[in-house]
Design a protein around this ligand. Structure first.
Ligand code: GLN
Length: 242
């Protein structure tokens, strides 16, 4: 089997270990004998996004979001085409915000979003910045899981009609939100850095299955030994009082 990943804006959007998500996907493929190709795509680079099974954008500060937004908006049709052809999309924090209507940053500067979804993001007052560890109860289609991560965002994302999960500890989409992220079956946006996939191997395999489905149809993945990952999650949940 083969998986092709496009890591968009790798040189601008990579906060709190987001690149670890790519490393995990690659390693989990290699351990199963699945060929995994990772290409990057940054400003002004020509890439046919629909050729990829998975598009990934990590988190980034307001400055980086502002730097890449024009390039991203030019790729709107290409991203739509990738979605139409069944590519899966994983977005962390700043990347997640950019798929909504807009992001109004702390200086009042408005960064237009791709407007694929209804949600929009506005900066909170300084005291309401969402920082810290987070635990979320989420559904990976039919499988219920507890995910853990680290969030650090000023942006408050509102109008999310399909959240990824329920916040058990931490903030989520807004400072006092009961919900975290966005998931519509094909696009998963989340505030969980940490990075997300090393801490939550069940999400990593879920995304691999979703992305592999584009080229190979529904497939089952050989289980890997995730004892260490599970132990680490247990420790974190205990620290969070869960
Ligand atoms: N700049 C955005 C915010 O503060 C995103 C930050 C991030 O990606 N961690 O909301």
């Amino acid at each position: 089997m083969k998986l092709k990943i496009c890591w968009m804006y790798h040189d601008l959007m990579d906060l709190y270990g987001d690149k670890g998500n790519i490393q995990v996907l690659k390693t989990r493929c290699e351990k199963r004998g699945i060929e995994c190709v990772v290409d990057t795509c940054t400003l002004d680079e020509e890439k046919t996004l629909a050729d990829y099974d998975l598009l990934f954008i990590g988190g980034g500060a307001d400055r980086e979001q502002g730097l890449l937004v024009n390039d991203l908006l030019k790729r709107r049709d290409a991203i739509q085409e990738a979605m139409d052809q069944g590519s899966f999309i994983l977005l962390i924090c700043g990347g997640y915000q950019l798929f909504g209507q807009y992001y109004l940053d702390g200086d009042g500067q408005k960064i237009e979003g791709l407007k694929f979804f209804d949600y929009y993001t506005e900066a909170a007052s300084r005291s309401d910045r969402c920082i810290g560890n987070i635990a979320v109860e989420a559904a990976l289609d039919n499988e219920r899981i507890i995910a853990v991560g680290f969030e650090n965002h000023g942006g408050q994302t509102k109008g999310v009609n399909q959240p990824f999960g329920k916040v058990l500890k931490g903030h989520g989409n807004t400072y006092q939100s009961a919900f975290e992220g966005f998931y519509n079956g094909q696009v998963l946006g989340t505030y969980m850095h940490g990075p997300l996939l090393p801490k939550n191997p069940e999400i990593a395999d879920f995304i691999l299955r979703k992305a592999l489905a584009k080229r190979h149809g529904e497939c089952t993945l050989e289980p890997l030994n995730d004892m260490l990952e599970h132990k680490a999650k247990e420790v974190m949940l205990k620290r969070l009082g869960l």
